[in-house]
Design a binder for this molecule. Structure first.
Ligand code: PLP
Length: 374
């Protein structure tokens, strides 16, 4: 990756933007979530390369902060982290146990999340074959209808306890559909269904929620699975959030131009200047995950001044109106803020009509990644 090859060269010279990940803030957010749910283990959800921030760096930091449970989506993600995390770390695969993956997962000591009866049966068979009770998490569907054992499948396991007896069930879990809507009646309904289903399974630590659940009273159970909150974004609202921002995103100005009224700007000439303006072209575009939906919407920031995006976002560049800045304040090579103290990930997501998850996980590989420790 670009960042690994060129870590020592100033990113401005390279033309790329920079993505700064504050690992100190990440560790502080871990501690904050632990304070919110003191009875629970706090896991780290590090799927999708830790939401684009670097799974290895993030997982290593969380391990030092005390995390021993790490969730990824795919087996391949777990195998990569298995190489760098100590044995004490458990790696869970949320998308479950693919047919044929049993031996690979078992050999590597990965903990599959068993999402259906077929997966339970295949893992149980692997345990019997090896004469070993291998660890697994069992997920029940408490009402989201995405992953997990349906009620009828739980009935089968209740009627035939021998199936699960072969497995070391280290966690029973489910997932909330509306954790970021604290007043949704779906939360209480899923809570009740989760309790009813888990009562009929062998006793094991229980986990129901993600970041949203960490902020809901009583939903923490024995383990919480935050992702987004660790990365500094409050699941409901940034107002009064106890979480520290983890991500700063900047990109350099490539060129400045002064234009008269009535000129068209960018692909399709979708913006026309209404007066004499100063425009700046910034080296970030949709190839970097800077959404094309921000065309003629949203802004960047320099010296605390909001500078609106004008025209369409291109593949490698975006034009902003910098007329509000004093003459000479902004020069080619200067970095403007895309995400930082004046503009949060949630702000960018709102302007782009999406969610912070999609902005984070979509950030491209051209940013120079810098990791700051406290
Ligand atoms: C992605 C995911 C999480 C983490 O969700 P956040 O909203 O980022 O906290 C937790 N649990 C499951 C099952 C997930 O898929």
């Amino acid at each position: 990756m670009l960042s690994r090859v060129t870590a020592d060269i100033d990113s401005v010279l390279l033309g790329a933007g920079e993505l700064v990940v504050d690992l100190g803030a990440l560790a502080a957010n871990y501690a904050t979530l632990q304070r919110l749910q003191p009875q629970a283990r706090v896991a780290g959800v590090v799927k999708a390369d830790a939401y684009g921030l670097g799974a290895r760096e993030v997982a290593t930091t969380l391990y030092k902060a005390g995390a021993r449970d790490f969730f990824v989506a795919h087996l391949v993600e777990a195998l990569d982290l298995r190489r760098i995390l100590p044995r004490e770390a458990s790696l869970y695969v949320l998308n479950g146990l693919a047919p044929g993956a049993e031996a690979v997962a078992a050999d590597a000591g990965i903990v599959p999340v068993l999402n259906g009866l077929d997966q339970v049966l295949r893992w149980s068979a692997e345990c019997t074959l090896r004469g070993q009770r291998l660890a697994a998490a069992v997920q029940v569907d408490s009402g989201m209808t995405r992953l997990g054992l349906a009620r009828a499948e739980v009935d089968i396991l209740t009627a035939d306890p021998g199936i699960l007896a072969a497995i070391d069930v280290v966690l029973v879990m489910s997932h909330l559909a509306c954790a970021d809507e604290p007043n949704s009646p779906a939360n209480a309904a899923q809570f009740a269904e989760f309790c009813a289903l888990t009562e009929r399974l062998p006793p094991a630590p229980r986990a129901l929620g993600n970041s949203g659940a960490a902020f809901l009273n009583g939903f923490g159970f024995d383990l919480i699975r935050p992702g987004l909150a660790l990365y500094g974004v409050h699941p409901v609202s940034d107002k009064g959030s106890p979480l520290k921002p983890v991500v700063t995103l900047r990109a350099p100005v490539v060129q400045l131009r002064d234009v008269p009224a009535g000129v068209g700007v960018g692909y399709g000439l979708t913006h026309t200047t209404e007066g004499v303006r100063r425009l700046a072209t910034v080296a970030v575009g949709y190839a970097d995950g800077w959404p094309r939906a921000l065309s003629n919407r949203g802004a960047m920031v320099f010296d605390g001044v909001r500078l609106p995006i004008v025209g369409r976002v291109s593949m490698d560049s975006t034009i902003i109106d910098v007329t509000a800045l004093p003459d000479g304040a902004l020069k080619p090579g200067d970095m403007v803020e895309l995400v930082g103290p004046h503009q949060s990930l949630a702000d960018v997501a709102r302007d782009a009509g999406t969610i912070p998850y999609e902005i984070l996980t979509g950030l491209g590989h051209r940013f120079a990644r810098r990791y700051e420790t406290a």
